[in-house]
Design a binder for this molecule. Structure first.
Ligand SMILES: *[C@@H]1O[C@H](CO)[C@@H](O)[C@H](O)[C@H]1NC(C)=O
Ligand SMILES: *[C@@H]1O[C@H](CO)[C@@H](O)[C@H](O)[C@H]1NC(C)=O
Ligand SMILES: *[C@@H]1O[C@H](CO)[C@@H](O)[C@H](O)[C@H]1NC(C)=O
Ligand SMILES: *[C@@H]1O[C@H](CO)[C@@H](O)[C@H](O)[C@H]1NC(C)=O
Length: 448
């Protein structure tokens, strides 16, 4: 009798585990990898919540049954090195001063050599270059300061931050097809690419800060506030200061309503990928996240991971329903408002993302079997993009060495430890923010 009861119980347990597992796999879809957790690092909480792609918030327990985890807690992940200075091996100014590109506005050939002897081809430290005249002559901006810092050799001023209509060609498609995910056009068919980028054909699509001339009001320098979602912002009362910048950048589950005193209310640039946006809308509805901020001054900056990003951009620009993929038949005005137009949409260039990964956030994850799912976090891309487009950057709500003192997000109703996942390297990012702050290239909000 007792044995029978135990058997039934065991069967039930196995059954429910299986259900949870299947649910997990279904919800994630084959291309979504945002819940693959990094095994707990000694001394940190074992929370498996991802600080930026919140898919797992609801499935905290369930994610333990993700197939990647049973086999994926590889020793090299648990023994991963503590924060190290990013990428000292990143090659110095190879691209600057490369001859042979003068005259043409865009060029693929940067360095004369694509990879060094120790670099595998997937790194691809060769980028398109584009000559866009600087928007200011600010004498005290990132662009002038960087030359005297340790970052001088890593910064490339001519890598396009955004991709737009002029960048599509069969030759570029062939070149970028070598890199998957956010780092190229791998897996993206030419027709989809062409149909999307051809609508991004205005000057607003190639410039991150497209309306500077209307905003400058006599200012010599462009000042940007870049707002992450970190718990350090709770009770910070930084809202007014943040809103006082020319531009205000936000990302993913940026809940504003009710938190204005701490985080401000304006959003000029909202950065996300379609995957992270959908995850945020699912996971943070309970704390008041309804979707991307909607205001006249808001621009939507896509970090494209998959073809679903290209499909959503095209739908939003043309006010048509999404043609296929996970967002099929969805109405884009649901996310970006009735006033959305091609001029309000921007997409990061895959060369820019790859450049950031290679030269600023070259994580040890690239030496593991997770190399294809690793990328800089959405917040990191947003902050580094601001450093390439603004003259002066203040960063708020980004991870600091005392991160354990704060909850994951400023809008968490109770304390949640920051979660670490193998698709990002938040420790490396934290250490990069410290270095950029110490080098005087940005101002990072910290408590001490
Ligand atoms: C910067 O200065 C140069 C030379 O004085 C001038 O030609 C250019 O128009 C200026 N650019 C801006 C954005 O003010
Ligand atoms: C951009 O493309 C749209 C249609 O795709 C066209 O109507 C418009 O004239 C183009 N604009 C420019 C500046 O080429
Ligand atoms: C423009 O600058 C002037 C002088 O600094 C200031 O009084 C005014 O409020 C500014 N206008 C706007 C729209 O920011
Ligand atoms: C963070 O917490 C540690 C101990 O938990 C404490 O010593 C430290 O002062 C705290 N720092 C801040 C900025 O609150």
């Amino acid at each position: 009798m007792a044995l029978q009861r135990r058997l039934v119980l065991a069967a039930l347990t196995v059954g429910s585990l299986l259900c949870i597992y299947i649910l997990c796999v279904n919800l994630e879809g084959p291309l979504s990898w945002s819940v693959v957790p990094l095994s707990p690092v000694p001394g940190t909480s074992s929370s498996s919540r991802d600080s930026e792609e919140p898919l797992d918030r609801k499935r905290h327990g369930a994610s333990t049954f993700h197939p990647e985890i049973s086999t994926g807690t590889a020793p090299h992940e648990t023994t991963r090195a503590p924060p190290t200075p990013p990428a000292p091996q990143a090659p110095p100014t190879r691209q600057q001063g490369v001859p042979g590109v003068s005259g043409s506005r865009t060029s693929t050939r940067g360095p004369t050599q694509a990879t060094g002897p120790t670099e595998p081809p997937f790194i691809g430290d060769t980028y398109m270059t584009e000559d866009i005249p600087p928007q200011t002559n600010c004498s005290d901006g990132v662009g002038t300061r960087v030359a005297t810092t340790e970052f001088a050799g890593r910064f490339l001023k001519r890598v396009p931050v955004l991709q737009w209509a002029n960048h599509v060609s069969p030759e570029q498609h062939r070149r970028l097809s070598n890199y998957p995910g956010a780092h190229g056009w791998g897996g993206l068919d030419y027709k989809t690419l062409e149909e999307t980028l051809s609508v991004l054909n205005s000057s607003a699509n190639r410039q991150l800060l497209d309306d500077w001339s209307e905003r400058r009001n006599g200012s010599e320098c462009i000042r940007c506030a870049v707002v992450g979602n970190g718990g350090i912002l709770k009770d910070s009362r930084k809202g007014k200061e943040i809103d006082g910048h020319h531009y205000v950048f936000r990302t993913n589950g940026a809940v504003i309503e009710g938190f204005e005193q701490d985080v401000g209310s304006r959003t000029t640039h909202y950065t996300f990928s379609t995957n992270t946006l959908m995850n945020s809308m699912r996971s943070y509805a309970g704390v008041g996240y309804r979707g991307p901020p909607l205001s006249q001054e808001t621009r939507y900056v896509f970090l494209p991971d998959h073809d679903r990003d290209y499909l959503l951009v095209k739908a939003a620009a043309t006010h048509t329903a999404v043609g296929r993929g996970p967002e099929r038949a969805k109405d884009p005005t649901r996310y970006f408002g009735e006033d959305v137009s091609a001029e309000k949409l921007k997409m990061y260039h895959p060369d820019f993302i790859r450049y950031l990964r290679n030269r600023f956030l070259r994580s040890n994850a690239l030496k593991t079997r997770y190399k294809n799912i690793y990328r800089p976090s959405t917040g990191a891309v947003m902050l580094l993009a601001a450093l390439h487009a603004c003259d002066q950057v203040s960063a708020y709500g980004f991870m600091t060495p005392d991160y354990k003192n704060y909850s994951d997000h400023y809008y968490d109703s109770s304390y949640h430890a920051v979660g670490f996942f193998i698709n990002h390297d938040l420790r490396m990012e934290m250490s990069l923010w410290q270095q950029l702050h110490q080098a005087g290239l940005m101002r990072l909000y910290m408590h001490q």
